[in-house]
Ligand binder design. Structure first.
Ligand SMILES: Cc1ncc(COP(=O)(O)O)c(C=O)c1O
Length: 229
């Protein structure tokens, strides 16, 4: 019978022999990055390889090993890594005076919105900076719209690192992560900035904040009502 433990040990030994630079880099990265990288999924055992450059279907690591990449940026790179059509457009975009993030709405956002709406047949769009935010807003919006509170998600499914969707990712072990908020709205307190003395006041003495109750209404860009004291 196949001895899996032995097989994994031998594969890890092989991997260590061919990835000496990555191992050294990993040990350095551990000193400044939690777990040596930015996403647990990518931090496989005994240590991840570190990428030097990517092109098309290939990823090349700092040890000079080349891989065919079937993962492609969590499947976001539908044209492969650094396709010239995308690369040249980005270069042109930057040369035209656009930055990574100006912090202001620009005409390209509207053009992209129109393009996406035309493709998916939706009415309107709101861009978010991550999938995590998109799923959180979607849940808050549906709770506010339906007036219901219960959210059902498939155990073990990953929908980003936010309070609602972190619940149940460890479904197989039936153990949630420590620090997870069982009820985010009762556990998050919002003192009136800059009145920081308010943080000293016990939660039960503080009236519920109107915008906390109203939730997604504050996303409309209108100033939220101030809480009554
Ligand atoms: C289904 C799903 N939802 C949400 C997310 C979170 O996206 P992001 O990493 O952009 O925050 C992911 C990321 O892997 C995902 O796979």
């Amino acid at each position: 019978m196949l001895d899996k433990k032995r097989l994994f040990r031998e594969l890890a030994e092989d991997y260590r022999r061919s990835h000496k630079q990555s191992e050294a880099f990993f040990n350095q990265a551990l000193k400044c990055q939690i777990g040596g990288g930015s996403h647990n999924l990518r931090l496989f055992q005994p240590f991840p390889y570190y990428v030097a450059f990517c092109s098309g279907s290939k990823v090349n690591d700092i040890d000079g090993v080349s891989y065919i990449d079937f993962w492609q940026g969590h499947f976001g790179n539908i044209l492969g890594h650094n396709p010239p059509v995308v690369l040249n457009s980005i270069i042109e975009f930057f040369r035209g005076g656009q930055g990574l993030a100006s912090g202001f709405p620009g005409r390209f956002q509207k053009e992209l919105a129109e393009l996406i709406l035309e493709r998916v047949g939706a009415e309107k769009i709101r861009f978010t900076t991550s999938g995590t935010l998109a799923t959180m807003y979607a849940i808050m919006l549906s709770k506010a719209y339906t007036g219901r509170n219960l959210v059902v998600k498939i155990g073990g499914g990953w929908h980003g690192a936010q309070p609602y969707t972190l619940k149940g990712i460890a479904a197989l072990s039936h153990k949630d992560q420590p620090g997870l908020a069982p009820n985010p709205s009762s556990e998050v307190s919002c003192p009136d900035c800059p009145d920081l003395t308010d943080t000293q006041r016990p939660q039960r003495q503080r009236p519920a904040l109107p915008w906390a109750r109203r939730g997604p209404a504050t996303w409309s860009g209108k100033s939220p009502p101030r809480p009554s004291k």
